[in-house]
Design a protein around this ligand. Sequence first.
Ligand code: PLP
Length: 359
Amino acid sequence: MNRIYNFSAGPAMLPLPVLEKARSELLDYNGLGMSVMEISHRSKAFDEVADRSEASLRRLLSIPDDYAVLFLAGGATTQFAQVPVNLADPDRPGAYIVHGSWGKKALVTAERMGLARLAASSEDSGFREIPAQSSWNIPENAAYLHYTSNETISGLQFAEPPVTSLPLVSDMSSDILSRPIDVEKHGVIYAGAQKNIGQAGITVVIVRKDLMRDLPSTVPDLSSWKIEEKQGSRLNTPPTFAWYIAGLVFDWIESQGGVAGLARVNRQKAALLYDFIDNSDFYINDIPARFRSVMNVPFLIHDESLHTDFVAKAEAAGLSGLKGHRSVGGMRASIYNAMPLEGVQALLEFMSDFEQSSG
Ligand SMILES: Cc1ncc(COP(=O)(O)O)c(C=O)c1O
């Protein structure tokens, strides 16, 4: 077996013990003589998968009882629409802080429905900063404040959740479970799975129960968090295997000392990479240190003609997925929970060798 280091922004690498466990149970889950993929989402066996994964996630993030935990299909992009549908009205729009492409997409989706206002944006700076809270212009009638905890493309992360009296809604797709968070500061947290939760196809939505409301009958039931909660996230057939994989990932996180244990390693990995880049005259990352993401580290080479060669040689050296997002170019190392410290060390060694061979 030849496993490589996968620095892709998502779908991202999964912990090896998770893949091994899934493989060992693939043909015969729990003595049932079939795989999780083949069992009914309404069976007792799947109830156990669902209950166990929810209980683990509640432990990992210390989610209080007055919050519902939903496992839904459709990715974080679906939640860009479901957040305003469930929380806003035309006379009570959501307010959005935009410091990257994902926050902008969330805003535009809600705006098209007539349910959003822009409170602050750093687009003018090319998304190189998080707008200072003193500059935010939040409408008085806002129903909630939305922010993207970590902007995956430009590599900017909120160090702390914003302080507000409004229900705070966060897209945590690319940093959930990477560090301890205070769920109680939030009204809603949502995250697609394919970075730190597991396999693409399932989305975790954590909602304070008092924010869930009945929606007009013109809104499809599948869009209603309240109906999904009543149905145990199984109004229709959910992505069962992705849900099962999420449970295995949660078990793995617990075995790593929980979110606090992973946060220590994550900080170490990011510090190694940023220190190396900052001490180099060859590579650059021009995001101010206080905004830098611990999960996604974009970087350029001063001589941009070397980017293609860098990515190709890295791939050949077993360091995959380093090509930057098409909107920003260059390179990006996504170093989510499953990326071991050794993977970052291997990348630094490669970066150093590449610099020397190009000099
Ligand atoms: C921060 C963030 N939000 C939303 C998305 C979109 O997620 P999905 O493809 O699951 O809809 C991504 C995707 O990578 C992301 O990084």
